[in-house]
Design a protein around this ligand. Structure first.
Ligand SMILES: [Zn+2]
Ligand SMILES: [Zn+2]
Length: 331
């Protein structure tokens, strides 16, 4: 579907058994097309992408660059296969490139660190294996490959017709990038800003020390760009970037208040705090115990991300007791 002259969207489905799709964008140019993100490496995804790139206007062989907003499987999984098919060069932020090996190739150390972090934060022994391994199934849908081009904040990527600026927007992932096209004022937002869901921001071994602090700074960074259309990695495209950013900031403010409220009766682990918060407000609120193991893990990691930011703000303190990390309100 052509969204704006020269910019097309292909909806690439998630693998069988999961629901949703990734919005992949094709930016046409006199020197070849740029593909933004790729989708999972699954038969359905590859099929959808090939179909989208076999039209009168769009051809797979015209793809010269694949720019990856971040290395989550739904954005990066299929990049390597596309490269094999058409010889395109893969580009991503250097911080993101550094995470590929430990996440997708030799991930035993990452699993060990994740387990240790979950244990320290109060996940009960009986739940640990489930939560530790909750994302392992995703790896079968990623063919890891290092990028050909590493990009940094402010770099420009051109295809003769469009010149796109790289905006480093860490938070959802530490090397996440948005792509800004100043002439038509387009923002390809990846998972940084979505219209109908709030991107998950979690503390984990690959997240950096204060991912929520980074995320909020990355949202504020977008304020100086004039944007007419936001083209996100999932869900509908939209116009009102400022409004959506303020809604997301409000969501985190509310969650922060909930967390502080749950902490009003003494020392608690992140897991105990997560148990007291109502999750998925977009769906009317779901109790922690009713979440699937993958969502419970995200909830614990998001709670830790909030606690890390609250600690930086001086609102909570943290002590280690018998290998457990405990948090306490300071007021
Ligand atoms: Zn993501
Ligand atoms: Zn995504």
């Amino acid at each position: 579907m052509e969204i704006i002259a020269g910019v097309h969207q292909i909806k690439v489905p998630f693998p069988k058994g999961t629901s949703g799709h990734t919005n992949v964008y094709v930016v046409e140019g006199s020197e070849g097309s740029i593909l933004i993100d790729s989708g999972w490496d699954s038969t359905e995804s590859l099929w959808a992408l090939r179909e989208g790139l076999t039209t009168e206007r769009l051809k797979l062989r015209d793809i010269k660059k694949v720019v990856i907003t971040h290395i989550h499987p739904d954005h990066y999984g299929l990049a390597s296969k596309i490269k094999q098919l058409c010889g395109a060069r893969i580009a991503m932020h250097r911080v993101e490139a550094e995470l590929i090996g430990s996440r997708y190739e030799d991930f035993s150390e990452l699993l060990k660190k994740t387990e240790e972090e979950l244990r320290q934060n109060g996940v009960p022994q009986t739940e640990l294996p489930q939560l530790k391994d909750a994302s392992l199934w995703m790896n079968q849908f990623v063919t890891p490959d290092l990028p050909d081009v590493m990009v940094d904040d402010g770099d420009r990527i051109s295809n003769g017709s469009f010149e796109i600026e790289v905006l480093w927007t860490p938070g959802h992932s530490p090397g996440h990038i948005c792509l800004y096209e100043p002439r038509k004022r387009l923002l390809f937002s990846g998972d940084h800003v979505l219209y109908d869901t709030t991107p998950n921001i979690g503390f984990h071994p690959q997240s950096g020390d204060n991912p929520l602090g980074d995320y909020i700074s990355s949202l504020e960074k977008l304020e100086r760009f004039k944007v007419n259309f936001v083209l996100p990695g999932h869900g509908p495209t939209f116009n009102s970037l400022k409004l959506r950013v303020s809604e997301i900031l409000y969501h985190h403010e509310q969650r922060k208040k909930n967390i502080l409220k749950v902490m009003s009766d003494g020392l608690k682990t992140a897991y105990q705090i997560a148990e007291g918060v109502l999750w998925m407000p977009e769906q009317g609120g779901v109790a922690f115990r009713d979440l699937a193991s993958w969502d419970r893990r995200l909830a614990v990691m998001e709670t830790i991300a909030h606690l890390k930011l609250l600690a930086v703000e001086g609102k909570v303190g943290n002590i280690d007791m018998d290998g457990a990390s405990l948090y306490l309100r300071k007021d």
